[in-house]
Each structure stands twice: as structure tokens, then as C-alpha cells.
Design a protein around this ligand. Structure first.
Ligand SMILES: Cc1ncc(COP(=O)(O)O)c(C=O)c1O
Length: 452
């Protein structure tokens, strides 16, 4: 039997054809040929990061999300993952801080929390992006059962230890694709203020939005669909005093819009919070990460090339890929009893990000589907259980799978669904899928090594 062409729908990377390589080359050339840029770029930089990039990002955030630009609210990071680790170092304590993660969760964040000595609890995503009733019950229970708690770390004037961290991906979530409603965003900020919680959001997919129907014109999508939680915390009455740490922090990243290898991002929060973050030990020793890359990203933003790339290349490409995949799913999988995950975003027919979340039919065993897809069809898909919160499996995803439409060649996306349909049919009919017929289960675990 000849092996089928491998198709990997687990990998959450951009297809290489979508990388803005020529624009980054121009940006690098421009940065490196001007000593006023290249010299600071190649030396140690300031703790909050390369100042021109902070300013360019502040202006860009204002164009996209609204509000007045304020560079003091921006801190340059080594990307969303690296920055999450720094936030936890400065603003949490293993004895005092409790973490609440929206499930299904971005699986790779779990270890970052665990590395910081923190225990995670799962909160269901529900239909509106977070189950606020369950969350508040949990927050109250911790207050009641644990009361006042000591801290392990010494206190510092630049940081504060939050009692709770709430982590979520509110827009076009990884893995569910879901967008949190505006009212849930507002109520979540209110809850965070009430219970001394810091909301950490990975807002890394916000720019990748596209209309799902021809009724919405593409030009209306140059602005954010909804405010970030950090924007709500900035404006929701009673507006916090200007010298407060605030209750929300946003992780931005160039990974999904310029390239993950850039390993550069930004944090946005109140000026007091971003100053505290910049005092993280690893930034105090040598300055914020990604200094040289920051000079190049500054050029990319200054010329407008990054925004043009997002608007003219990425959003249309992801729309075409999503349309292709969802049409195939509707034609081939829905008749087999597969359900497409609900992704509410108000009135607008807009979708975005990288992922489609599916519920398999009741009588189809997920392990059989993912293993058979690998062994019979050379197709890798992500089983729902890997998106459970690592230290709290009370919220389970035994019938779900996640498909990424960003990585594989566009031409292979339809074929991937044809293969998946064959597998589901076989498993449902009971023709295949008994344990004895499955491929090596550890193979999916190996594939997780390159999962995002
Ligand atoms: C929700 C989420 N957060 C963070 C990351 C990683 O971001 P970065 O490359 O900036 O560390 C990803 C990448 O898949 C992601 O999906």
C-alpha cells in the first residue's frame, strides 16, 4: 500500500507562503543600514523595550482598538508565551495566587503556570466565552476556605501579588474558535476587580478576522470586532485611578501576523503594571527581550507594511481556507452526525483565527478516530482531551477535535476532510476502531511536540 501524502491539521503554524519575508527583509535592511537604529538594536536595551516600537505599537493599537495611544501602557516582550512567564514571576505567588483557566484551554500555557508553582483550575467556556457563575462560585469558595494567605516571595515596590489569575483567549480562541461576548467581557472585568484578580488574555488572533458571508464588506474589518478586556478595564466605570495596577493585561504577538520565529510581542496594561513587568529580573538584566527584532518590527509598522500584509494577504487567505474547510465539513461531516462548534460573536457574521472545533457523533470513539486517521489516512488531527486543563480534568472534551486551517497547503484542506469523513464512517459503522486495529497511540503524543 502506498502511503498517502501526510496532512497535519494539528500544527498551529502559518503556512510558509503567508510569511511576509520580503517585507521583513526590507525592514531588516533599513534597520541595519542606519547606525541610529542598528547600534541600539545590537546593544542592551531599556527594561520596557525599544522605545520606537512601544510608540508604533501604541499608535497601531489605537487605530485598531480605539482609545488614545499611550506608549507607557506598552512593554516589549519575547512573545505571548515568554511574557506570560514574566507576568507570573512578578505578579503571582505560589502560596497566595489561584489560577482559573477557561477550558478548552491553550494547552501549552499550562506548563508555564506550573513552572511558576501555580495550580490550575478549569472554568467552562460555555456559550459566551466563560461561565461566570461557576467562576464566581469558585472565587468565593477560595475566599471562604482559604481566607488570608501568606506569600512565599518578598514583596517589591514595583509589583503586586494578585490573589487570582484568570487566563483566557477571548477572541477566535485556540482551540475552540469562540469569541467572548461583550457583556461577558464587562462582567468578567467587574468580577476581577471584586476578587483581586488579574485577567491575562492572549489577544494573538484578533487581527485575523474575516467575513463569513458576502454581506459584510471586508473594509469594515480593519477595526477590532470587540474591545479587549484590557480596554474594558481602562474605560469601564468606575475607571480605576491612573496609578493603579489594573485588573487586566493583554498579550500581543507578532507570531501569527509576521512569523512565530520573530519571537517578539508586546504586553499592554496600566503604566504602573507595565513598569512592574519591565522590572522582572530577566528584563532588568539586559533589557526587554528581542531588542534587535524590535528594531525591525518598528520599520515594518512605520511603513504600514504589516497592516497591509494583514489586510491584503492574511485575512483573505484565511477566509479562503476557512470557507473551503467549513464547506467540506458541512457537506461531508455534518451528515455523519458531526457538529460544528458554536462560535458566537454577536450580530456580525465574522470569524477568525486558525482553528475549527468539532464535536464527533455520540457513538464514535475519539481515540479511534484520531488514531485511525493517523494510521489509515496519514492525517493528524488534535483530540479534544489535550485541551483539558492539565491539573484539573473536571472539564472534559471527550467528543471534540480541533482542526487547524492555517498550516497545510490550501489544496489539501478539502482532501483532509474527505479522509476524515472516511475514518468517521468506518468508526461509526464499527468496521474499524477496535483497540487491536489502532496505530501506535504514542504517535499522536510525538506529534504534540510541534503543536501550538
Ligand atoms: C492562545 C495562544 N497564546 C500564545 C501562543 C504563542 O504565542 P507566542 O508565539 O507569541 O509565544 C499561541 C500560539 O499558538 C496561542 O495560540
Amino acid at each position: 500500500m502506498t502511503l498517502k501524502k501526510p496532512i497535519n491539521l494539528l500544527r498551529g503554524w502559518p503556512n510558509p507562503s503567508l510569511l511576509p519575508t520580503p517585507a521583513i527583509l526590507r525592514a531588516a535592511q533599513s534597520a541595519l543600514s542606519d547606525p541610529s537604529i542598528s547600534t541600539p538594536g545590537l546593544l542592551y536595551g531599556p527594561d520596557p523595550g525599544y522605545q520606537p516600537l512601544r510608540e508604533e505599537i501604541a499608535k497601531w493599537m489605537s487605530r485598531f482598538y480605539g482609545g488614545e495611544p499611550d506608549a507607557d501602557r506598552i512593554c516589549i516582550s519575547g512573545g505571548a508565551s515568554q511574557n506570560l512567564a514574566c507576568v507570573l514571576q512578578v505578579f503571582t505567588d505560589p502560596l497566595k495566587t489561584r489560577v482559573w483557566m477557561v477550558a478548552p484551554a491553550y494547552f501549552l500555557a499550562c506548563r508555564i503556570f506550573e513552572d511558576a508553582g501555580l495550580k490550575l483550575r478549569a472554568v467552562e467556556e460555555g456559550s459566551e466565552g466563560i461561565d461566570l457563575v461557576a467562576l464566581e462560585e469558585g472565587l468565593k469558595k477560595v475566599e471562604l476556605e482559604e481566607g488570608e494567605t501568606k506569600t512565599l516571595k518578598r514583596t517589591t515596590p514595583w509589583g503586586k501579588v494578585y490573589r487570582h489569575i484568570i487566563y483566557c483567549v477571548p477572541t477566535f480562541s485556540n482551540p475552540s474558535g469562540k469569541t467572548m461576548s461583550l457583556s461577558n467581557r464587562q462582567k468578567l472585568v467587574q468580577l476581577a476587580r471584586k476578587y483581586d484578580a488579574l485577567i491575562i488574555t492572549d489577544d494573538v488572533y484578533d487581527f485575523l478576522q474575516f467575513p463569513t458571508s458576502s454581506a459584510t464588506s471586508a473594509s469594515s474589518l480593519t477595526k477590532a470586532l470587540l474591545p479587549r478586556l484590557v480596554d474594558i478595564d481602562r474605560t469601564l466605570e468606575p475607571v480605576p485611578p491612573s496609578d493603579s495596577f489594573g485588573n487586566a493585561m493583554s498579550n500581543g504577538s507578532f507570531s501569527k501576523i509576521a512569523g512565530p520565529g520573530v519571537r517578539t510581542g508586546w504586553a499592554e496594561a496600566t503604566p504602573k503594571f507595565t513598569y512592574g513587568l519591565s522590572q522582572c529580573g530577566s528584563s532588568r538584566s539586559g533589557g526587554a527581550p528581542s531588542q534587535l527584532a524590535a528594531t525591525m518590527m518598528t520599520e515594518l509598522l512605520k511603513t504600514g507594511e504589516l497592516e497591509t500584509h494583514i489586510q491584503t494577504v492574511l485575512c483573505p487567505a484565511y477566509k479562503a481556507r476557512y470557507d473551503l474547510m467549513i464547506t467540506s465539513i458541512q457537506t461531508l461531516l455534518v451528515p455523519l452526525g458531526v457538529e460544528i462548534g458554536e462560535v458566537s460573536f454577536g450580530e456580525k457574521a465574522v470569524f477568525g483565527g486558525y482553528f475549527i472545533w468539532l464535536e464527533m457523533p455520540d457513538n464514535a470513539n475519539i481515540e479511534s478516530i484520531t488514531d485511525l486517521a493517523k494510521s489509515q489516512e496519514n492525517l493528524i488531527v488534535a483530540p479534544g482531551h489535550i485541551f483539558e486543563v492539565s491539573t484539573d480534568s473536571s472539564v472534559k472534551f471527550e467528543r471534540s477535535i480541533r482542526l487547524c486551517f492555517a498550516w497545510e497547503e490550501e489544496a489539501d484542506l478539502k482532501e483532509s476532510i474527505v479522509r476524515l469523513a472516511r475514518v468517521i464512517r468506518d468508526v461509526k459503522d464499527g468496521k474499524k476502531g477496535g483497540k487491536e486495529k489502532l496505530g501506535d497511540k504514542s504517535s499522536i503524543k510525538q506529534d504534540l511536540g510541534e503543536f501550538q
